[in-house]
Design a protein around this ligand. Structure first.
Ligand code: 13P
Length: 250
């Protein structure tokens, strides 16, 4: 199964537009070889009804279960709104909200407790050394995550410099070969932290300037299990093309 995750970020601006975009892509749930996961802003999670085949995810959540945490959203709330997934550790939150690996670790453990599949983003910024950053992020974000839970996590290699809309970095996609090297590095690190067996089982996606032209190359050439899409997921036609190109691969 190939994973296609749409991160709508803080778009669109009205529930009417969100509904329209969702209606354009809802049929992708029927594709046999692709699991399509839509991560809209929180206020839109409830405007799609209860879609059966297409999956929903949050773009973030809080590390505590409930209580006096103004402005936060709990894992249980996401579950209640029909989410199966939650994106964690996105570089934009690291950048604008000061999220540390320790904070992400707390959120990840709470997500697992709530029965959500964390989609954990990792990646270096422009000028940083990929291996150095990935090993530190993996070690800290996965601290105290048990062996039997590691398989429930989806990892995304999303180098900050490759994000299309990013203020930092070139916004150019990473080459499939480099995404492959990063994923091999992730597996090597995980085999030290856990075991080779588990490292081989973990699902790794690529994110950063993915579009209909390049999406399939990350699965075919880089041998990854899918892609995380930002900007191109806001265009229903482009996103459908991405989904179909992935579906045709297997
Ligand atoms: P773009 O696909 O717009 O580069 O965004 C990537 C991203 O940040 C997805 O989480």
């Amino acid at each position: 199964m190939t994973f296609l995750v749409a991160n709508w970020k803080m778009n669109p601006q009205t529930s009417r537009e969100a509904r329209h975009l969702f209606d354009m892509i809802v049929d992708l749930g029927r594709l046999k070889n692709v699991e399509t996961i839509i991560c809209p802003p929180f206020p839109f999670l409830s405007v799609f009804g209860s879609p059966k085949s297409i999956k929903l995810g949050g773009q973030n959540m809080f590390w505590e279960a409930q209580g006096p945490y103004t402005g936060q959203v709990s894992g249980k709330m996401l579950k209640d709104l029909g989410c199966d997934y939650v994106i964690l550790g996105h570089s934009e939150l690291r950048e604008y909200a000061g999220e540390s690996d320790e904070i992400i670790n707390g959120k990840l453990k709470m997500a697992l407790k709530c029965g959500l599949t964390p989609i954990l983003c990792l990646g270096e910024r422009e000028g940083e050394e990929m291996g150095h950053v990935l090993s530190a992020q993996l070690e800290k974000c996965l601290k105290d995550v048990a062996k039997n839970q590691i398989e429930d996590i989806i990892l995304v290699y999303e180098p900050v410099w490759a994000i299309s809309s990013g203020i930092v970095g070139s916004g150019k996609p990473c080459l499939p070969d480099d995404a492959l090297s990063a994923s091999l590095f992730v597996k090597k690190t995980l085999s030290v932290l856990y075991s080779r067996f588990l490292a081989e089982k973990i699902r790794i996606l690529y994110g950063g300037s993915v579009d209909a032209q390049n999406a399939a190359s990350y699965v075919k050439e880089a041998r990854l299990q899918g892609v995380l899409v930002g900007g191109a997921s806001l265009d229903g036609q482009e996103f459908s093309k991405i989904a179909n190109s992935l579906n045709d691969l297997t």
